[in-house]
Design a protein around this ligand. Sequence first.
Ligand code: IZC
Ligand code: ZN
Length: 431
Amino acid sequence: MSSITYIKRASQLITVRGGTKEPKRAQAMSDIGIIEHGSVVVENGLITFVGSDVEAERYVHTLTGHINTIDASGKIVTPGLIDAHTHIVFGGSREKELEMRLNGAKYIDILKAGGGILQTTTSTREATEEQLIQETSKRLNRFLQYGVTTVEAKSGYGLTLEDELKQLRAAKKLHEKHPVDLVSTFMGAHAVPVEYKENPDEFVRLVIEEMIPRVAEENLAEFCDVFCEQGVFTVEQSEQILEAGKVYGLKPKIHADEIVQFGGAELAAKVGAVSADHLLQASDEGIKQMAKRGVIAVLLPGTAFFLMEKPANARKMIEAGVPVALSTDRNPGSSPTESLPFIMNLACLTMKMTPAEVLTACTINAAHAIGRADEVGSIEVGKKGDLVLFDAPNYQTLQYNYAVNLVDTVIKKGQVIVEGGVLRDVPVPTT
Ligand code: IZC
Ligand code: ZN
């Protein structure tokens, strides 16, 4: 039976069209393809019509079968938001770190002392795949309530072959069963586990020779990521890991220049990374090279906020022609939030991105950062019917109101998942 969803009378339809082939850069990031008084039609999960209300009425008259009509009067409609950088699959929690940090401890020192990522590694190793699925489903449900319909999910809290596979298998099952789509990244090089503390190169060898081939063989990830940072993985180790991933078809991503200027942006350009993420301390030369090579900057202003640091220089990157995406960085240590709309607020208020640039960064550019620009990230014919109705008459209102949730309706592949801000019954996936 065919299913038709017709969303009409949007005060503004924010299509973000025109960026499917290449991510939007510079001035093009401000071009969000607004249709005033616009309508969208989704048939069998895919968008089949985008245009004015008047044209839409004519189109809908040609259709047969039941039509689920949604009146978007007074609201804007955007593509489903995309979160291109999360560490969403994990066990345990780290709330004690806040008081430690308020007392002056630094995020990286907590890690070096065996806490931080290593603490989450202990609790993730203890969790079963089923427990990881249950915990992560709750986080995905919250993402949906914030209008997020696609998320990237990194491994990196297992740090043994079996525990990394467990995290990635959990993400794969969630992708199959939860309404949110997940895109997986292997990040075995997230931290050096305690058992390799005295011999980090041996751990790098394990990542390269055992983990990457197995992850690729089981088809559990599309990307490979590394925490390239002073005291974590060196530029040389990161390069070896990302090059090894490429041999197995895993596209490179990199946690770059978050805490100190370390050459991460330059390495991203050198290995042809799809994205370089964080970039708080990226050098001018690194930014230039990223622009030249087309590396997307995934900026995470929520992490800077939560760690009480100065955020990345988004304006400099946009002006240099680097395509910018935004993400929550959802993880239990440096960014415990699913609110991508709040990250959008922070991007405006702390990095001076404009409301239009911010929308591009959380839709089509984020889609490019996870290799999904041909399927999602804009409201264009042929793409998935992933849409959000925000209770705002124009897109500026979305950024003007901060830390409030203006999501009214979330539509995933043409199906209404969130209605009046409330999540409909989502079956909790099981293994
Ligand atoms: O658990 O702290 N930055 N990895 C790199 C993280 C943050 C996640 C964590
Ligand atoms: Zn991260």
